[in-house]
Design a protein around this ligand. Structure first.
Ligand SMILES: Nc1ncnc2c1ncn2[C@@H]1O[C@H](COP(=O)(O)OP(=O)(O)O)[C@@H](O)[C@H]1O
Ligand SMILES: [Mg+2]
Length: 254
C-alpha cells in the first residue's frame, strides 16, 4: 500500500485545520494525519486527547530522549534510531477512525531541524501502512522550506480573500520549485470568507480552482465548544462543500 499524500496550506486562520479535519472523514481508510502546527489544534478539532492516552508529541518525545542521553555515557543506539522507534510507540495516536502524529512545540532552544528530520525519514515508512496521509501545515510557507514531505499527490491551498492570500499562492509555487518538492496536483480552495469577486479572481489564477467552503455556523460552534468536527452533520454547509470539492478533485467519497 502507498498512501495518497495530501497537504493543506494557507495563511493563518484561513481554515486549513478545519479543512483537514473535514476531509479526513471522507478519504480512503486507513488514514494518517500529521499535524505540523505547533498549537495542537488538529487533535482538538477531532476530539483526540492523545496525552490522556499516554501519547506524546514528536518534540516531547525527542526532548526526553535528549535529556536521558545526557546521563547515558555509552549509548549503543543513535538518537535518531531511538526516536524512530519512539515515534511508532509513543507518538502515533491510534484513533477509532484515523491515526494522528503531532509535531508539537519545540521545548529546547533552536530550530525544529531534529524533529523535522525524524518525520522526514519516517513518513515514507509510515505511508506504507495507510491508504491516505494528510498533513496540516502551520501558517505561511516556511514549513515548505523544511521539506518534511517532498512527494505530494494533492496540495490544497486554502485561500482567504486578501491580497496576502493571493501572494501566498505565488510564494507556495516558488518555494516548491526551489526546494524540489514534487506534486501531482495543485488545487485552490476558497475559504468561507470569500465573496463572488474573490472566487472569480481565484478562477482566473491559471490554477485548478475547486470551489468554496461555505460559511458554516455549526462548524464555528463546534470549534468554539471543542466538539469533534468528525461529528459535524453530513448536510451542514461545510460538509456539503467539502464533499463537492473532493469529488471535483477526483476523490471517491466514501
Ligand atoms: N467554513 C467555515 N465556516 C465558519 N467558520 C470557519 C469555517 N472554516 C473555518 N472557520 C473558523 O475559522 C477559524 C480558523 O480556522 P482554522 O481551521 O483553525 O484555520 P487555520 O488552521 O488555517 O489557522 C476558526 O475559528 C474556525 O472555526
Ligand atoms: Mg491550523
Amino acid at each position: 500500500m502507498m498512501a495518497r499524500k495530501v497537504v493543506s496550506t494557507g495563511r493563518g486562520g484561513a481554515g486549513k485545520s478545519s479543512f483537514v479535519a473535514l476531509i479526513s472523514k471522507y478519504l480512503k481508510a486507513p488514514t494518517l494525519l500529521i499535524d505540523l502546527d505547533p498549537d495542537l489544534s488538529l487533535a482538538d478539532m477531532l476530539g483526540f486527547d492523545f496525552h490522556k492516552e499516554g501519547k506524546r508529541t514528536v518534540c516531547e518525545a525527542l526532548y526526553d530522549v535528549i535529556e536521558k542521553r545526557k546521563s547515558n555515557i555509552s549509548p549503543t543506539i543513535t538518537t535518531h534510531d531511538l526516536m524512530e522507534s519512539l515515534l511508532w510507540s509513543d507518538c502515533l495516536y491510534e484513533g477509532r477512525k484515523m491515526d494522528l502524529i503531532t509535531l508539537g512545540t519545540k521545548l529546547t532552544e533552536g530550530c525544529l531541524c531534529a524533529p523535522d528530520e525524524i518525520l522526514r525519514k519516517t513518513i515514507p515508512k509510515l505511508a506504507k501502512n495507510y491508504a491516505s496521509m494528510v498533513v496540516d501545515s502551520p501558517a505561511g510557507v516556511e514549513h515548505l522550506n523544511r521539506n518534511i514531505v517532498s512527494d505530494i499527490n494533492d496540495l490544497f491551498v486554502v485561500c482567504d480573500p486578501s491580497d496576502k492570500s493571493l501572494k501566498h499562492i505565488s510564494r507556495v509555487k516558488e518555494i516548491i520549485k526551489q526546494v524540489g518538492i514534487r506534486y501531482s496536483h495543485f488545487y485552490l480552495v476558497a475559504n468561507y470568507e470569500c465573496n463572488e469577486e474573490a472566487e472569480k479572481y481565484l478562477q482566473g489564477k491559471g490554477e485548478v480552482y475547486l470551489g468554496k467552503i461555505d460559511y458554516d455556523a455549526y462548524l464555528e460552534q463546534y470549534n468554539l465548544e471543542g466538539k469533534s468536527l468528525l461529528g459535524l452533520p453530513e448536510d451542514s454547509p461545510a460538509s456539503l462543500s467539502i464533499k463537492r470539492i473532493l469529488a471535483k478533485a477526483g476523490y471517491q467519497i466514501r
